[in-house]
Design a binder for this molecule. Structure first.
Ligand code: G6P
Length: 610
């Protein structure tokens, strides 16, 4: 949460920082601010709300200078207000920060006792005061920041500049992400890669405990206490256009349309049809015979992918799988041994609860694996030192509501299930070839769904004003009902509940009336008949029914008010396709209601707080 950008070079810092913040706005949009040093003086502009408010302030009061820092905020300590917006400035020292300083109250008390006055309610202002008081004692910026790090506890990634030493930016990382972008005569620092992609593709990913000093001519990395750390740059193959809307009204819409490519990219190079084998680059499931249990852990949409993964792995590899919300797993003293594999799923690779959960499991002896979309992210790194990481190749996902990351996570899970099945001998060569053939059909089948977007828009128009929705599914499509409901509520603010269709009679059926639309997923497969019976129960109570069914299903139209047909595939692959019309329904309902689809209220894409 919160996006940070810093620039030191010879170009106008404001333009570069504001463009960078625009790419990071998904991380928070409660307020935004920028500080630029020019001629030994710091200029600061801040505004509550989205970045466009800051744009307005800057157009009236521009800032010139070639070194600066910027921030887009997701409020934790202190409500969204101009006073609480970053950067925070104390005696010429300015700070932008992402994270939470846990001992800020005691530090604030101590600093107040020394006569220091606070202008905001944030924990971040503590950092500015500590650095300023160290500078006042005669330290130069770098040692002043090092001494500050010794005093603070908690999660932080910050960038600090000083008008007294206007040639450098100082940054440090503990538990929240920070990347350094390397340029020619200029350098960048940011919370995430897209912020600097327009200027460089060469990045250094700071590790926890790293401290970096950026000047125009170079970047020096040490540990917090000053031991040199070798600079190991990596080239990123994401292109700047991947972080643009490309003619779509919203990033979410663009990302829904990128799914055929993202799915194909995630399969590419990992499947050998002849041998019916899956190569999980970077992941060593170890001795698959020895692993007798998996725990999959994640948050949000990634948690729904985990729920589908349970069906895939149990059915194909016959290994019991538990799925646990990371925020629950980390605190419930899980029963784990060396034969337990723990798989984390995370688009960003930075979700704090997921990271903490796998660390906890690793301490208890588990081998930990990850499915991640962001290279070198914290979760990816943690797992690289244990079981390994399988990267989804979805490209940057900017829309806060996850779409292409989800479908590629499902593909990754399916690949893992087949790999395990082959290794453990629960899946024959012929069956594996058949499953892999079905998997390869997915990109085309998603394209076929997308080509019929017009009929989804008509459905969305008919139900856009409803205040409550029920989503029903069974088997692997039960998590898709949950995901469909989550998509709708997060971007349209309409109440929606996902339910296992068979459970409906134990409660939600009481809600059904002619005003409440129910979206049912009833594709061909072992639970088709049962699902249809549950949907009939909705119909019998005058409920409005929208049903996602399989092409060729002539019967379903008899009970449904609206039907959307998807191409036939293996029931375990179905969720990768059935979720797409649900993403589009949510998108169009939200768009028709005029909500901010890419940046829904109160949410952030990367949740690096508990
Ligand atoms: C936030 C995002 C969701 C995402 C979840 C988990 O809530 O808004 O879209 O599913 O975090 O994020 P992760 O990066 O771990 O998949």
């Amino acid at each position: 949460m919160c996006g940070i950008v810093g620039y030191v070079g010879n170009r106008e810092a404001t333009t570069i920082i504001i463009e960078g913040l625009r790419r990071l706005e998904y991380r928070g949009y409660d307020s935004a601010g920028i500080a630029v040093v020019d001629g030994g003086k710091t200029g600061i502009r801040r505004a509550v709300g989205k970045l466009r408010n800051l744009d307005k302030v800057l157009s009236e009061q521009p800032l010139a200078g070639t070194i600066g820092i910027g921030h887009t905020r997701w409020a934790t300590h202190g409500r969204p207000s101009e006073q609480n917006a970053h950067p925070h400035e104390v005696e010429g020292i300015t700070v932008v920060h992402n994270g939470i300083i846990e001992n800020y109250l005691e530090l604030r008390r101590a600093l107040s006792a020394q006569g220091r006055k606070f202008k905001s309610e944030t924990d971040t202002e503590i950092i500015a005061h500590l650095v300023a008081s160290n500078v006042a004692k005669g330290l130069s910026l770098v040692p002043a920041v090092r001494a500050t790090i010794e005093a603070i506890r908690g999660a932080f990634a910050f960038v600090i500049q000083s008008e007294h030493e206007p040639d450098k930016l100082v940054t440090a990382k503990n538990a929240t992400p920070i990347v350094v972008g390397l340029g020619e005569g200029e350098n960048f620092v940011a919370s995430d890669i897209p912020a600097c992609l327009a200027h460089t593709r060469v990045f250094v990913f700071l590790r926890d405990g790293d401290f970096a000093v950026l000047t125009r001519s170079g970047v020096e990395i040490t540990t917090f206490d000053g031991t040199p750390v070798p600079v190991k740059p990596k080239r990123i193959d994401w292109s700047p256009v991947m972080a643009e809307k490309g003619g779509h009204k919203h990033f979410m819409h663009k990302e829904i349309y990128e799914q055929p490519t993202a799915v194909a990219d995630t399969i590419r190079g990992r499947v050998s049809m002849e041998e019916a084998r899956v190569h999980l680059d970077g992941v060593s499931i170890g001795d698959a015979q020895k692993l007798n249990r998996f725990i999959i852990t994640a948050c949000g949409t990634s948690y729904h992918a985990a729920l589908v993964g349970k069906f895939m792995i149990e059915s194909i590899a016959r290994i019991p799988v538990e799925v646990d919300l990371a925020s629950e797993l980390r605190y419930r003293e899980p029963v784990i041994d060396e034969q337990t594999g723990v798989l984390a799923i995370s688009q960003s690779g930075e979700t704090l609860d997921t990271l903490a959960a796998i660390k906890e499991c690793r301490t208890r002896g588990a081998t930990i694996f990850a499915i991640c979309n962001v290279l070198e992210s914290s979760i990816a790194r943690e797992c690289a030192e244990s079981g390994g990481v399988l990267y989804t190749h979805a490209g940057p996902e900017i829309g806060v509501a996850s779409t292409k990351a989800f479908t590629t996570q499902l593909v990754a899970l399916y690949l893992i299930a087949i790999h395990l099945g082959r290794e453990r001998g629960t899946l024959s060569k012929e069956d594996a070839q058949e499953l892999l053939t079905h998997l390869r059909e997915v990109p085309k089948q998603i394209e076929s769904v997308l080509s019929r977007e017009a009929s989804i828009i008509s459905i969305a128009r008919r139900v856009a004003k409803a205040r409550d929705f029920l989503y029903l599914g069974r088997g692997p499509n039960y998590p898709i009902a949950l995901e469909g409901a989550l998509k709708l509520k997060e971007i349209s603010y309409i109440h929606a509940e996902g339910y296992a269709a068979g459970e409906m009679k134990h409660g939600p059926i009481a809600l059904i009336d002619e005003k409440m639309p129910t979206i049912g997923i009833a594709t061909a497969g072992p639970v088709y008949e049962k699902t249809v019976s549950n949907l009939e129960e909705v119909k019998a109570r005058d409920g409005k029914l929208i049903i996602i069914a399989t092409e060729g299903d002539a019967r379903i139209a008899e009970i449904a008010d609206d039907v959307f047909l998807v191409p036939k595939n293996d029931p375990l692959i179905d969720p990768i396709i059935t979720v797409v019309p649900l993403q589009l329904i949510a998108y169009h309902i939200a768009d028709l209601n005029g909500t901010d689809v890419d940046q829904p209220r109160n949410l952030a894409k990367s949740v690096t707080v508990e």
